[in-house]
Design a binder for this molecule. Structure first.
Ligand code: AMP
Length: 468
């Protein structure tokens, strides 16, 4: 066997070709046998189209089993998978295509699979080494140009094996898959755990709380972003009974509020397992399967991951080294050099700390750090206090340009309340420079597809609050 990730994944597919792989909402099924056949044909078709090892295969498509087949066929053919967020506009896609120069760009996955119909199948995966490129994932790029994180067969395989073990996956599992597959969470984390177990997936085209509720009855594991869990909790039909068949709820891609964690526990009896990851390294830390899962902590580094806090202080930027950490940003040697330390650690840009027990706690992104009157303010510290106040569902603390302080601490809050009283309450618990100068009340916060609050948009929205 070579290090081609498809060889590893397919070696774990069930012996019985009739075993279900995708269970679809319309009652249809795609079996593991059908998956293997179509992946072989598609890989043969890619090769016949002139796709060579290392060539990029880009796609911007709706979520479907066919899109997954194209992913696996790309790996099998030794090419490089480049998924693009289906929300990207034509001009954004244009940038990615010019930057990555794919051999093929697919916009209709079922159509592409039909076209491949009669191609002679590839009998064997194209041999790859662990250091060969498997995928490029463009980061969401809220500041500056999007960067393509280059992930190798070795990066993906090591992480998949570590997660499969850490989360106790087996052939008895059924994964409820409701995440998008243009992002590492739904694409690598979720799919690889199912494939390494030869387990079936209940396949939802997107998150829909009613569909998730009906899917839970036949599933054992669900992976989600925090908004999945808040939306489930907002549905009164989501009860302890509905979750009774489940073994594990995993959450990540954005911080899970301690209030959601607690409410979920009370409602269902399940403790959400929060983990931390990013495009550049897939999963980095996880709460334990056995042992205590703490609200607000992202748990311990996965085996083989070396995690440290840069800068020598207790709280600082998280730096990591390990088998899943990407090798470079696509065609950006200077950016790559800037984001690695001299001794080879990737500078994640997330600020956090480790407690004496070794658990990791994240307090936000370094670029969200507010410097007000020369003092550093970590938004999370203030958000935790606001989130506990009556009438507040969630808060986002940002720094806004201020003629005197440089930046002024402000809060945008989902909910209602008395601004002056809330600011006064913050002042009793925080140094005055940390207390918000202003609080805006909103119905919802802007989020990207993975549920991350887009603070850059909030900073734009209120940019001239103190400049008028
Ligand atoms: P992406 O590359 O789009 O997956 O974004 C990665 C970023 O998401 C990380 O650098 C973190 O800032 C954030 N993130 C992921 N998981 C968590 C988590 N469990 N808690 C807090 N932030 C998270």
């Amino acid at each position: 066997m070579s290090d081609n990730l498809y060889e590893l994944l397919s070696s774990r597919f069930p012996d019985d070709p009739e075993s279900p792989c995708f269970k679809l909402m319309d009652g249809g099924t795609v079996t593991y046998g059908q998956l293997t056949d179509r992946v072989g044909t598609l890989a043969g078709f890619l090769v016949a189209q002139g796709v060579l090892p290392g060539d990029r295969v880009a796609l911007q498509v709706e979520k479907s089993p066919e899109a997954v087949m194209i992913y696996l066929a790309t790996l099998m053919a030794g090419a490089v998978f480049l998924p693009l967020n289906s929300a990207y506009t034509a001009s954004e896609v244009d940038y990615f295509l010019k930057d990555a120069e794919p051999r093929i760009f697919i916009q209709d996955a079922p159509g592409f699979v039909r076209d491949a119909g009669r191609a002679p199948p590839l009998a064997q995966a194209v041999p790859r080494n662990a250091a060969d490129l498997a995928s490029i994932i463009y980061t969401s790029g809220t500041t500056g140009r999007s960067k393509g994180a280059m992930l190798t067969h070795g990066n993906l395989a090591s992480n998949a094996l570590a997660l499969h073990q850490a989360w106790g996956f087996s052939a008895r599992d059924v994964l409820l898959h409701a995440l998008p597959i243009f992002h590492v969470h739904g694409l690598f984390v979720a799919l690889h755990c199912a494939f390494l177990s030869g387990a079936p997936m209940i396949w939802l085209p997107k998150f829909d709380d009613a569909q998730v509720l009906s899917g839970l009855a036949g599933a054992t594991v669900m992976m989600g972003v925090p908004t999945f869990y808040t939306r489930l909790l907002a549905n009164p039909a989501f009860t302890r009974d509905r979750a009774a068949h489940m073994r594990l709820f995993v959450c990540g891609s954005a911080p899970l509020l301690p209030s959601t964690f607690a409410e979920f526990q009370t409602r269902t009896g399940h403790t959400i397992l929060e983990r931390y990851g990013m495009s550049e390294a897939v999963i980095i830390t996880t709460n334990p399967l056995e042992g205590e899962r703490l609200a607000g902590s992202v748990g311990y580094p996965l085996p083989g991951v070396d995690l440290r806090i840069g800068g020598g202080a207790e709280t600082g930027v998280i730096e990591i080294k390990g088998p899943s950490v990407f090798s470079a940003y696509w065609r950006m040697p200077e950016k790559t050099a800037e984001e690695f330390t001299a001794d080879g650690y990737f500078i994640t840009g997330d600020v956090g700390r480790r407690d004496p027990d070794g658990r990791v706690w994240i307090s936000g992104r370094a670029k969200d750090l507010i410097i007000s009157g020369g003092f550093n303010v970590y938004p999370k510290e203030i958000e935790l206090i606001l989130d506990e106040m009556d009438g507040v569902t969630e808060s986002a603390v940002i720094g806004l340009p201020h003629p005197d302080f440089g930046e002024a601490v402000c809060a945008v809050v989902i909910g209602t309340g008395d601004e002056a009283a809330m600011i006064a309450a913050c002042r009793t618990r925080l140094a005055a420079f940390k207390a918000p100068k202003r609080i805006y009340f909103v119905e919802d916060l802007p989020r990207n597809a993975m549920g991350k609050v887009q603070k850059n948009l909030l900073r734009q929205r209120y940019a001239d609050a103190f400049l008028r």
